[in-house]
Ligand binder design. Sequence first.
Ligand SMILES: [Mn+2]
Length: 290
Amino acid sequence: MKFAGSLSGADKEKALYGVIGVPFDGNAYKKGAREGPKAIRRASQQLETFLWHEKLELSDLRYYDYGDLKLDRNAFVEEGSIEEFDPARKKVFIGGDHSISYPLVKYLFEHAAVAKVIAIDAHADFRDSYKRKKFSNACVMRKIAELIGFENVLEIGIRSSSADEYKIMRDKIRVYDAEMLREKGIECVLSEIGGGEKTYLSIDIDVLDPSIAPGVENPEPCGMSLESVISLIRAIIREANVVASDVVEVNPRLDCANGITGINAARIVFEILAGYTESDNRYINRRNKL
Ligand SMILES: [Mn+2]
């Protein structure tokens, strides 16, 4: 099953954007996120591909669902495997536990395709190691910062870390936590993110309140609404040069019967694709045509 609105295989050469699944949960404590891509694709089919609030038809956006990328046993991207998906195209990866962001960023960084990373997440993910795993999903932003430089990392929406993580993050990276967003609104972030450097945007679905995203490994109280997360994502894509994104940590084994976490993740993927189109000035608003 393809992501809703994807071009057909015969038309894939016309694609401007790519959707790629990464069914991996080898670094998560509770397993199940490997089934995330399938659940998000299925959920996307339940939503209309017409974005009502923008009067935008998603199948006009010309994206192709390339299927799944395989990470090897050590969670590294095999050489050349992302290139199959054309490095020039903006992409959305659907996970997978959050640890997938590290090999993806590493690959893109080493191929000069990404210079900065913005994470939207409830958790800091800034541990040096967790349960004896260096590449645990609880360490992913630390590993990314060590790779691309602490000054090139921005974390947004954070409301949970250990005291040790906080001590390191406080001085070394820029953080806009959940409280700041509530008090000052998303505008406080926007002044920080211009500049045009190629940016990777990682969205952990647990940034949402657990009442609307229960299907996650580590639910964290007092989360954001879907509306605020969508406004934040669209504003970031408008201001920064986002060339790749991921939506991670959907665990269908922990979701409710109606699959609401997968549905909200699918909606976020829709918004990323609409955002890419808008920032590339390819936006087609049907409001006047209908
Ligand atoms: Mn998280």
